[in-house]
Design a protein around this ligand. Structure first.
Ligand code: PEP
Ligand code: MN
Length: 338
């Protein structure tokens, strides 16, 4: 971190500022130029709030030269993190496909979808039991009954289950869930993130609707700083001015996050686009960009789905897309020139 000092700052203000900064266990290096003075901070500056530094007397500007996240940072953990769940892996080169309905609706719907996605080659079953809906009058999910149905579907298919937690008070209900999803709307629910950080369970953390990649990484850091390193990042589209799609898929998030973090990166082409017809091309784009996984919504009868029917693939469409996804995965893994 570099602190630029105001020209009119007094010697006393500068030495007070340096003493205050050293209280964060960093070394301070005052550099006096012809027209300006700067303080270089040496050491771990993650606990220093740049806004708090700005608020001190005599400070003109503050510039971070290192990222404010440590646990999620590839700089301190060069190898990819690989998360293993019931023999399936996410991260480190293979492609994990998470598929299933937006919402768990009925036993018949879930068991048939689970069998279909398993047959098509999915690695995980998804399904929302607690649903974050824009309208309070829309279907809110089956709650505990939905989680019980997911556990039943896991027994029938062997697929590990992924489902979203919305409220910390429901945490006990997730004891037998394999991967806990934190939805876009809860990406900055810091109390929830910290509580999940104290659990030994993988967390699929979705990017907020208008969150920057740094904010996503800082949310991962909330979970990791409490001791849980099993975080999977998910890009699910961000809100832009384009109304043709539900969101805009930020495909560059994959290579960019890859540089910044060792955590696995998953793309959700369903919520990113809102249109079933765009799910396959965006899945292929995600695989080409090097994603570690996909999260895809599949429904046995999309037009009668209780949520997100327009973006859900039928089992047949999913099976057909999976053939192309797996073929492209092999091509990408083997390298374009080999
Ligand atoms: C979901 O995956 O069902 C969901 C609600 O996604 P998001 O949080 O990305 O909107
Ligand atoms: Mn959905």
């Amino acid at each position: 971190m570099i602190v630029v000092i105001k020209n009119q700052a007094t010697e006393e203000q500068v030495s007070e500022l340096m003493e205050w900064l050293r209280g964060f266990n960093v070394k301070t290096n005052l550099v006096t130029g012809v027209h300006s003075r700067i303080i270089g901070l040496i050491g771990d500056t993650t606990s220093i709030d740049a806004d708090a530094v700005m608020a001190r007397e005599g400070v003109e500007a503050v510039k971070r030269v290192q990222e404010p996240y440590k646990n999620a940072n590839r700089r301190f953990h060069p190898e990819d993190t690989v998360i293993e769940v019931r023999g399936r892996r996410i991260g480190g080169g293979s492609l994990a496909v998470i598929a299933g309905p937006c919402s768990v609706e009925t036993e018949d719907q879930l068991m048939r979808t689970a069998a279909a996605v398993k047959n098509a080659g999915a690695d995980f079953l998804r399904g929302g039991a607690f649903k974050p809906r824009t309208s309070p009058y829309a279907f809110q999910g089956l709650g505990k009954e939905g989680i019980d149905l997911l556990i039943q579907a896991r027994k029938e298919t062997g697929l590990p289950i992924v489902t979203e937690i919305m409220d910390l008070s429901d945490l006990d209900l997730f004891a037998d869930v394999d991967i806990v999803q934190v939805g876009a709307r809860n990406m900055q629910n810091f109390t929830l993130l910290k509580a999940l950080g104290r659990c030994d369970k993988p967390v699929l953390l979705k990017r907020g609707l208008s969150a920057t990649l740094q904010e996503l990484l800082m949310s991962a850091e909330y979970i990791m700083s409490e001791g849980n390193g099993k975080v999977i990042l998910c890009e699910r589209g961000i809100r832009t001015f384009e109304p043709e799609t539900r969101n805009t898929l930020d495909i560059s998030a994959v290579p960019l996050l890859r540089q910044k973090t060792h955590l696995p990166i998953v793309i959700d082409p369903s919520h990113a686009t809102g249109h079933s017809g765009l799910v396959e091309p965006m899945s292929l784009a995600a695989v080409s960009a090097g994603a570690d996984g996909l999260e895809i919504e599949v429904h046995t009868d999309p037009k009668n789905a209780w949520s997100d029917g327009a973006q859900s693939l039928t089992p047949e469409q999913f099976a057909s897309s999976m053939k192309k996804i797996r073929a492209l995965e092999k091509f990408v893994i083997n390298g374009l020139c080999s």
